[in-house]
Write a protein that binds this ligand. Structure first.
Ligand SMILES: [Zn+2]
Length: 63
């Protein structure tokens, strides 16, 4: 399960660490809100781990 075929590769549902901000809606992810952990791959640097609200993942996927 290491294929990398998309910019946003969903990994699993979890809870975000304190202080994480959702890049879609620019608001903090509460610790009691389910979040989707994923990896944003960048051409010039190492991938970064990001967290989205569960609902925001779907919005991002629609783009
Ligand atoms: Zn969000």
């Amino acid at each position: 399960m290491t294929t990398k075929t998309s910019i946003y590769r969903d990994e699993y549902m979890t809870y975000a660490p304190e202080g994480e901000t959702c890049p879609v809606c620019k608001t903090a992810i509460g610790q009691l809100q389910p979040a989707r952990r994923g990896t944003e791959e960048r051409a010039s640097a190492a991938p970064v781990v990001v967290y989205w609200h569960a609902a925001c993942v779907r919005k991002a996927a629609d783009k």
